[in-house]
Design a binder for this molecule. Sequence first.
Ligand SMILES: Nc1ncnc2c1ncn2[C@@H]1O[C@H](COP(=O)(O)OP(=O)(O)OP(=O)(O)O)[C@@H](O)[C@H]1O
Ligand code: SF4
Ligand SMILES: [Mg+2]
Length: 336
Amino acid sequence: MPPLLSLDGIKVHFSSRKMLFRADTVRAVDGVTLSLDRGETVSIVGESGSGKTTLGRASLRLAPITEGTVVFDGDDITRIPDGKLRWFRRRAQAVFQDPYSSIDPFMDVRQVLEEPLLIHDIQDRADRVQQALEEVRLAPAGEFSGKFPHMLSGGQRQRVGIARALIMQPDYILADEPVSMIDASSRTEILYLMRELQERLGIAFLYITHDIATARYFSDRIAVLYLGRVAEQGPPGEVLDEPMHPYTVALIEAVPEADPDNRLRDRPTVPGEPPNPSNVPTGCRFHPRCPEFMAGLCDVVEPELVEARPGRFVACHLFSPATHTNGAESAQSAEE
Ligand SMILES: Nc1ncnc2c1ncn2[C@@H]1O[C@H](COP(=O)(O)OP(=O)(O)OP(=O)(O)O)[C@@H](O)[C@H]1O
Ligand code: SF4
Ligand SMILES: [Mg+2]
């Protein structure tokens, strides 16, 4: 069966005007190919600024796509005008860090949940609101539906955010750091809830996080993003226990062992200059920070993402003998 969502060679470049006549190109996403099967969860991890949110937004047609295609359930939606995307807007939903950032704070929970139903002219609203509140364990529904955001805890607000996504009965949910603003004790509950919903309702999730530990628990596959490209991809147990790409190794090593409050884990710091999407290095984009750097190859030839082992995809010359040979040749011809 074809994937539910296919992102093929996605690039999202922004222009950032620094001076009057000079604009830098911000290569936020720079050639990502990724697919999501029905009911599957893929986690995207990577440092701040690696392009996770932009990629997620591109998957929902909420970021301007410079190059590449987005295919949803067999339909290429890359360039369909917004007015013709209503069907897609019902089937693809998002849960963001702060669910109330884009919601009127004077709406009560019932109004928050009814709003998308009204936009899409869906009729059985009262039943759907009740059902969605029950799904996210905000029961009894009657008790919560009249509450305003300031009357809810962080965890309850995010449950409302999830209910608002669920109420459209979607096939796909983008969850962009859904628990990073919630206290540690409620995080696990919310993640368990999302996992349960995903399994029971067969919803596909793209789960964006800094927290590698939750990516392991929550996903079927994990993709490590570096400067707008996938460095490594595979089953979470394998990628996290036996990382192949030097960036994945550094990212995992950067997670502090003792972090009882679960705060540092959110922002692992990899040694070296933080990546700058306005100034992407030549060759392998990780080469200025890579302990395995091979001069004349890594700074010249960009490694392709190849299947280094069954189900394991890596973009690194260490795992790509063909590129190695070609790279050595091209490095040599570059010198000549
Ligand atoms: N609209 C925009 N215009 C210009 N640059 C942008 C825009 N949106 C994102 N960027 C830049 O693109 C890069 C990737 O941003 P993005 O928010 O996707 O990263 P991220 O991996 O989600 O980071 P974080 O972990 O901090 O949320 C950053 O350098 C960011 O400043
Ligand atoms: S291609 Fe070279 S620089 Fe890039 S990660 Fe692999 S070894 Fe390091
Ligand atoms: Mg982000």
